[in-house]
Design a protein around this ligand. Structure first.
Ligand code: SF4
Length: 469
């Protein structure tokens, strides 16, 4: 969600006349789009701000803006700690950023604008997309759940659903621009429709996406098991461009801990959903998020998580060690788990999941897979004449290419999988076919537009700034 907000911030600034800084040049503006969900978010933010303070002192025209969840949470205390910041804008105020920057410049005074609720749906703002062929589309913002470890409800507010016609218009417009893959986004994406009282709205939306000509791959994240209805499974199975992959957070395999997390499903419901998905879509994969070391987690609770991981056979599990988020109920719960126990459990789950992921990836060795070529490189791609992409079921795949006849990011190749590892599958023989797509055309057009000017995509990273100072 935050990465998509960053695309909107970039798009908005470009439309307001800002130009992306060239590689190697000093930018006139740095925008931090912060995330309070991450560990140590405040230390990182204030560390980064103090790094920029000398530049601001020597060049008053240089501007700094802070947005996102930390801004929503800390509001004007950011200006108290870092008075040289020009603009603080909340998660509901992205559209005001250019005006606030201008006002800060004219009035020579910091501007803080934090609205408690959303006035315009953020997807109506322009966006500078990271990829030419793959895009995120928000269907809702906010969340009506109250998971005890999560800061999102207090920062993003209650769920606001976007009208289906607006979502589909955006999808069609993106496809017209060359996008062939979209990911529908929401904090609780399958609760979509709760605001207008249609519990089947998300399944209907998937089916409507299936009617968009030229849209090859539809994904969504993240669904909540509580709201996962059978009609969504049917829509996934019956809509050819909805990919056979489900990312559904488990968080814990212990019913006692799920209750303490205020996650309203239980482990048997979770397993029941993925069984139904696998029955309806036999070649589908499941990935998940798991928190280890939630307050009060006993050895027995942790073993329940290990048991569910064994039964569920996830393609991947994004595993996090619990860390306190100030302001959440879990932060003050009894039974906080020591770092050493947390690490021990994390390592045990990681080891188990690596074995399972290897086993799941091994199932496709010998098969031919269609891979959508990514616009990022794997670590060894350059040196080994190979490229990277994702299969339909979301496996990370590396495949060999003929450098003289290489596909473009956004094209689709079919390759035979010859090896599996826990984290990726490998095609060591030359790809079987390349299918040029509109997504590949869009990447090529964007590359030609940018040329060799070395323009940075999105905001500069602090590492880039440091490298230049
Ligand atoms: S469903 Fe997700 S966004 Fe909503 S409170 Fe729970 S963890 Fe946070």
């Amino acid at each position: 969600m935050n990465a998509h907000d960053t695309e909107r911030i970039s798009g908005l600034l470009l439309e307001a006349g800002y130009v992306q800084a060239l590689e190697g040049s000093d930018p006139d503006l740095v925008v931090f789009n912060t995330c309070a969900v991450r560990e140590n978010a405040d230390n990182k933010l204030y560390g980064n701000l103090s790094f920029l303070a000398p530049r601001k002192k020597s060049d008053p025209n240089f501007q700094i803006a802070v947005g996102g969840c930390m801004a929503q949470k800390d509001q004007d205390s950011i200006i108290k700690r870092a008075p040289y910041v020009d603009v603080v804008f909340g998660t509901h105020n992205i559209g005001s950023l250019p005006t606030l920057l201008e006002r800060a410049r004219i009035e020579e005074e910091s501007q803080v604008e934090i609205k408690e609720s959303l006035e315009h749906f953020p997807s109506t703002l322009p966006a500078r997309r990271h990829s030419a062929f793959s895009a995120w589309v928000s269907v809702s913002v906010g969340c009506n759940n109250t998971c005890t470890f999560c800061i999102v409800p207090s920062l993003r507010g209650v769920e606001k659903d976007r009208p289906a016609q607006d979502i589909l218009s955006e999808v069609r417009a993106l496809v017209d621009q060359g996008v062939i893959e979209i990911t529908l986004l929401g904090q609780n994406v399958n609760a979509y429709g709760v605001e207008f009282g249609d519990k089947f709205a998300f399944g209907k939306l998937l089916r409507e996406c299936g009617k968009v000509d030229g849209l090859e791959r539809v994904r969504f994240m993240s669904p909540h098991p509580r709201d996962f209805t059978d009609d969504v499974i049917e829509a996934m199975a019956q809509t050819p461009n909805v990919m056979p992959h489900l990312h559904m957070p488990l968080q814990s395999g212990s019913d006692r801990i799920l209750q303490s997390m205020r996650r309203s499903y239980r482990s048997d419901k979770y397993l029941g959903i993925i069984e139904k998905v696998r029955t309806a879509i036999p070649n589908s994969t499941i990935t998940t998020d798991i928190i280890v070391g939630f307050p009060g987690e006993s050895d027995e609770d942790f073993q329940a998580t290990m048991d569910i991981a064994r039964q569920a056979k996830f393609l991947a599990a994004y595993t996090f060690q619990y860390s306190k988020r100030p302001g959440t109920p879990a932060a003050t719960m009894d039974g906080q788990i020591s770092d050493s126990v947390m690490k021990e459990r994390y390592d045990a789950l990681h080891k188990l999941q690596q074995e399972i992921s290897h086993e799941v990836n091994s199932q496709v060795v010998g098969t031919e897979q269609e891979i959508l070529v990514a616009d990022y490189e794997g670590r060894h791609d350059g040196e080994q004449s190979r490229m990277t992409g994702r299969t339909k079921d979301f496996r990370l795949a590396h495949f060999m290419v003929d450098p003289a006849n290489a596909p473009r990011p956004g094209d689709a190749v079919v390759s035979k999988i010859t090896k599996a590892s826990p984290n990726f599958i490998l095609a060591e023989e030359l790809h079987i076919s390349i299918r040029k797509t509109k997504g590949g055309d869009a990447t090529q057009a964007r590359t030609q537009e940018v040329g060799s000017k070395g323009i940075m995509v999105g905001m500069p990273t602090l590492a880039q700034l440091k490298a230049r100072s």
